[in-house]
Design a protein around this ligand. Structure first.
Ligand code: PMV
Length: 347
């Protein structure tokens, strides 16, 4: 081919699941369908500088994280590139310089794997498209999501916005275990501008990685029920999302978050990722909702941090509540205001 060298840059956001993916089988096939809000502020920007090389037998790349060589991230990227090589035959033809940085503070407890793998996949697909200019946009996006999934499951939901569904589901046309798809049904305007403030309760390393957690769903006593429940919850979400039923939304989303953590507490070995301040925050949210009738709710991912979800119309009041009541429960008082976003963009 004629492409000797070049540079591509993409920015991809994180996402927060409403119906949670927890449990998988090889290779990164989800045990149940899930759906997430694509975020906006929390994002990874990645550049790949590529140059054709003589030796086309081996993968070769340098990795810079926030401007500095990052040796400890290299094995993860190496494994990822080896895994996707059959889908991107050009990988061994170039030397890559991969430069990546996050919009959120390093080791803030926010997982960067979703945004990071999505941004990297978009860069690689950009090169793939330069080599195959006739590629359809829909193929480009589906394949980018497919590759991101092979890096980190939930990353496949970070390519597009604003709500992305992943995992085969009989009532969702176009749904697939292999990649995320924009949610195909009506979504009320209230959810298109939803706010998510991430309360950074604990910034340290998690005791149990999500890889280990997913695997503990094998032989889990409640696994089958849980996988079915996720499908049912997706069905129930459909009229909620269409009508803007905030009460229904709150019930479903909080139940999903607590169920995710219940699965962790009932696996063998069992573990707890919530911290005392996680529970303090949850109780304060419930109390605030009860007193003010403002429709705030929480969700959790596989960690101690709390995502506070609320309509943009309530922003001013809720952000005062966060500053006064919730920030004291965050590590160094830290939180990040984010909102529903529209997916990866080329820079
Ligand atoms: O993508 P992974 O393997 O890091 O798993 C993420 C799982 C949860 O964040 C807990 C739920 C989800 O659907 O994102």
């Amino acid at each position: 081919n004629s492409l000797k060298e070049g540079k591509v840059t993409w920015k991809a956001p994180s996402n927060i699941a409403l119906v949670k993916y927890w449990g998988k089988r090889p290779v990164q096939i989800p045990a149940n369908p899930s759906i997430s809000f694509t975020l906006d502020t929390c994002a990874t920007t990645t550049s790949i500088t590529f140059k054709e090389k003589d030796d086309k037998e081996v993968l070769s790349f340098d990795l810079l994280f926030e401007g500095r060589p990052k040796e400890d991230f290299k094995p993860k990227i190496q494994t990822f590139l080896e895994r996707i090589e059959t889908y991107l035959p050009f990988l061994k033809s170039y030397h890559f310089i991969i430069e990546t940085s996050n919009s959120f503070p390093h080791s803030s407890g926010i997982a960067s794997s979703a945004s990071g793998m999505a941004a990297l996949s978009m860069c690689l697909m950009d090169i793939e498209r330069q080599l195959n200019p006739s590629m359809e946009e829909s193929t480009f996006l589906a394949k980018a999501s497919f590759l991101a999934r092979l890096g980190s499951g939930s990353a496949c939901r970070s390519i597009k916005g604003s709500l992305v569904q992943w995992g085969k589901h009989m009532h969702i046309p176009g749904s697939s275990d292999l990649y995320g798809v924009p949610y195909p049904f009506e979504v009320n305007a209230v959810f298109q501008t939803y706010c998510d403030t991430i309360l950074l309760v604990h910034k340290g390393q998690k005791q149990v990685s999500s890889t280990v957690g997913h695997n503990l769903m094998h032989n889990h006593p409640y696994a089958d029920n849980r996988f079915q429940q996720a499908g049912t919850n997706l069905n129930q979400l459909k009229p909620i999302l269409a009508s803007g039923d905030l009460e229904g939304f709150i019930k479903l989303v909080e139940s999903e978050a607590l169920t995710l953590h219940a699965m962790m507490m009932t696996s063998s070995p069992y573990f707890i990722l919530m911290k005392p301040d996680t529970l303090e925050i949850i109780n304060k949210i419930w109390q605030y909702r009860e007193e003010t009738k403002i429709p705030v709710c929480f969700t959790l991912d596989a960690g101690a941090n709390v995502h506070l979800l609320y309509p943009v119309a309530a922003k001013e009041k809720v952000q005062m509540f966060i500053e006064d009541e919730l920030a004291p429960h965050c590590e160094n008082g830290q939180y990040i205001h984010d909102k529903v976003g529209s997916g990866a963009i080329k820079i």
